[in-house]
Design a protein around this ligand. Sequence first.
Ligand SMILES: O=P(O)(O)OC[C@H]1O[C@](O)(CO)[C@@H](O)[C@H]1O
Length: 309
Amino acid sequence: MILTVTLNAAVDVTYRVPRLQPHTTHRVTEVVERPGGKGLNVARVLTALGHRAVATGFAGGGTGDALRALLAQETSVTDALVPVGGATRRTVAVVDESTGDTTQLNEPGPTVTPAEWDTFMATYRELLADARAVALCGSLPPGVPVDVYARLTRAARTADVPVLLDTSGEPLRRGLAARPDLAKPNADELAALTGSTEPLRAARDARRRGAHTVAASLGADGMLVVTADGAWQAAPPRRIAGNPTGAGDSAVAGLLSGLVEGLSWPARLTRAVALSAATVRAPAAGEFDRGTYEDLLGEIRVVEHPVGV
Ligand SMILES: O=P(O)(O)OC[C@H]1O[C@](O)(CO)[C@@H](O)[C@H]1O
């Protein structure tokens, strides 16, 4: 199985409004609720690709119960979430139908106690025994140590399980130092980490900070992968309009599934970019439009960057 970790899981609420305007009242035309948080979206896409996915992290309170019920009803992801006393957060994505733009509001999440953290670590170590790869995803809830991803990366490396890290800010900086196999920052996260807005330069810098490979998601510009052996980039052949929430999570699922299937880097990159673009065409994070995905697989061209440039 592939293990995903979502320490700050969420019930993702997507509202569609005709036009988003500050200081006014909005009539919501559609409400969609999904089990969310980055690792849960990754797990969901992995199962759609035919992999067995186990999701761990924390869930608590009424929102935690709702999240677990949605996960069981709507997905074939195995639920290994650890109960906590605090309530799981909600995130709200507001889609402006006049522009297609999305505005995201993410709650901080429940405070995790030291005892709950210890239970999680014991669960995580047990799950690693059966995992072919692990994805560590998303922001941290209050109470969780900021070097948590470094700890989880080291535990996975000890268990000989490849690690993908997808987070931001200080947890990313600390996590990289523990040498994950793969880091997947987006362009903003990479720029905040390295101070460079030039993706190739920034991704090489991120590698020097500890990640064996860096896969940077670049929105409409697709994805750039920098490994020890070379650098490749791919983008969708045309602009795909829609809701980009969760596109990065689908890219993570593409990279992870390609890793356990032993695909080449260009093939993993193609899958990640196609899945990411196909997610923009789906109504909510954790889903993708299969027709778009299959069409794009045959259309995406991978370009290799010359060494040292
Ligand atoms: O953990 P955060 O960085 O707050 O991100 C969580 C959010 O991101 C998404 O996973 C989209 O990437 C949403 O589903 C939402 O739950």
